[in-house]
Design a protein around this ligand. Structure first.
Ligand code: NOJ
Ligand code: CA
Length: 527
């Protein structure tokens, strides 16, 4: 194996900038706030920070509606603040990743203002405009991920435009060469400014079928599912032309040393791995979200890991995600007793882990009173059970007013237990989730078996998931009790002489000989 690159052996940490740290007392997190907390991230032991969008935006979708691909929203700071953050990160050996949003811009982007000005405007074709159906209705049956039709009527020019999210997020037309060139230029702008890579928003949606046929009905749709799930996205997602566009993004990226592209792609594993590219010219890391809705039992997890490992193309580097700003917190999904087990899984699987801010504190979903809901998806589809605000609440730093996040009431409420569940409280508590996460990250850094070693199943019988990580003579055994009952694991011969070195909080570590006894919800790492 050639020397692993930073994004292969490293760990990525997602910062939702609005909710990380507020430096100027407006209740909204900002770049100077993130810069002031970088030492925390170094101490935690992560390698790279991915910032959700920080570009000028009307914030209809909290920054995923970009009005200028080359600036910084004044709420987050200035380009000078960005440069200072970049320098401060790099001085500490941290990489800095931005969020690139190629599928749609804000409806207030000057490009869209031009595009909607007239049918003859040179930028008309930079967005996706279509005539009405013969009955005057939308051009096809496509639905928005945020509810309702994906088409918005523009009375001034007598056509519909496409938006698979809010109507304030018109979709860009990647079939137009000028649009494509302008977007690739925006990537260069940030690479030239020293950005180490991008997470690319809804990458699998960025090009549509050229004829815009109706999507077929989804036979699996049931009451209670989202509107968008009534249809199968056969023509609105994952189109073959996508790979050529990604190759163009990759060409731009490869002109700079050691930059990384990470694609947000919610697809089944066989399709997901296609995004590595047929000739390794796709994205470096197509985000693997399959742990986010995995059935939490040993057999199902072992099957998932084996399926993913088996599907990776030659040279394709794996990655795993347990949470982000769109999905329920892992501590709520698997339960607080399993949160540390889940963290141990994330940080000991083969491949680059992405850790979502707050998960290192074991943050659960935070209930949001109805009058404080801000998530545009939840506001449009109030019946859906989950509201993204619940995972976007401010980072609780300490027990001072407003949890040290801000000097004023933050834009979203704090976790109700912030006085106890905060960074300061957990930092010096050896039994905390934070201390446990930091210990896992230290072990990962110290042992090549964990950072770059191979993965081998050991056992998934019953409630224990056990596996080996191996790199040369460095061998690690991870045993995870996914149940709330005690379990025993017969160790393989090679592991009998290993020493237990780390366990989930409030569990005992003792050498057991040939049988490893696991307490309820206990994870143990032996090396
Ligand atoms: C995915 C982002 O993660 C989500 O927050 C956003 O609402 C949609 N893409 C639209 O950009
Ligand atoms: Ca602020």
């Amino acid at each position: 194996m050639t020397e692993p690159l930073w994004w292969q052996k490293g760990v990525i940490y997602q910062v939702y900038p609005r909710s990380y740290a507020d430096s100027n007392g407006d209740g909204i997190g900002d770049l100077a706030g993130v810069a002031a907390r970088l030492d925390y991230l170094v101490d935690l032991g992560v390698d790279a920070v991915w910032l959700s969008p920080i570009f000028p935006s009307p914030m209809a979708d909290f920054g995923y509606d970009v009005a200028d691909y080359r600036g910084i929203d004044p709420r987050f700071g200035t380009l000078a603040d960005f440069d200072a953050l970049r320098d401060a990160a790099h001085a500490r050996g941290l990489k800095l990743l931005l969020d690139f949003v190629p599928n749609h811009s804000s409806s207030e982007h000057p490009w869209f203002l031009e595009s909607r000005a007239s049918r003859e405007n040179p930028k008309r074709d930079w967005y996706i405009w279509r005539d009405a159906a013969p009955d005057g209705g939308p051009p096809n049956n496509w639905q928005s991920y945020f509810g309702g039709s994906a088409w918005e009527w523009d009375a001034a020019t007598g056509q519909y435009y496409l938006h698979q999210f809010l109507k304030e997020q018109p979709e860009l037309n990647w079939r137009n060469p000028d649009l494509r060139a302008a977007m690739l230029e925006a990537m260069r702008f940030w690479f030239d400014r020293g950005v180490d890579g991008f997470r690319i928003d809804v990458l699998w949606l960025a090009i549509k079928h050229p004829d815009f046929p109706d999507n077929p009905a989804n036979p699996a749709w049931r009451e209670g599912m989202q509107d968008i799930e009534r249809l199968l996205p056969a023509h609105s997602a994952d189109q073959p032309e996508m790979m050529e566009i990604i190759a163009a993004m990759r060409d731009v990226t490869d002109a700079y040393p050691e930059r990384v592209l990470i694609g947000e792609i919610y697809l089944p594993i066989p399709r997901l791995v296609a995004y590595y590219g047929a000739r390794g010219n796709g994205v470096h890391l197509p985000f693997n979200f399959h742990l986010l809705d995995a059935t939490w039992d040993a057999a199902a997890l072992a099957r998932l890991i084996a399926e993913y490992e088996g599907a990776l193309p030659a040279g394709g580097w794996p990655n795993w995600v347990l949470g982000n700003h769109d999905k329920p917190r892992v501590a709520s999904r698997v339960g607080p007793e399993q949160a540390a087990v889940a963290m141990m899984l994330l940080l000991t699987l083969r491949g680059t882990p992405t850790l979502y801010q707050g998960d290192e504190l074991g943050m659960p979903n935070v209930p949001i009173p109805p009058e404080r809901v801000q998530d545009p998806q939840a506001l449009r589809e109030p019946d859906t059970a989950f509201n993204r605000d619940e995972v976007r609440t401010p980072m609780p730093w300490d027990a001072s007013a407003h949890a040290g996040f801000s000097t004023v009431e933050p834009w979203l409420p704090l976790n109700p237990d912030w006085a106890e569940r905060n960074v300061m409280a957990q930092r010096d508590d050896a039994g905390s989730m934070l201390a446990f996460t930091r210990a896992l990250l230290q072990l990962r850094r110290a042992h090549s078996a964990l950072s770059v070693g191979s993965w081998h199943a050991v056992s998934s019988d019953g409630a224990v998931l056990a596996y080996e990580r191996r790199h040369g003579a460095d061998r690690v055994l991870v045993a995870l009790n996914l149940s709330d009952a005690p379990q025993a694991l017969a160790l393989p011969d090679w592991a009998v002489t290993l020493a237990p070195v780390l366990t989930t909080p409030h569990h005992d570590l003792r050498a057991e000989g040939a049988t490893l006894l696991l307490a309820p919800n206990q994870g143990i790492l032996l090396l």
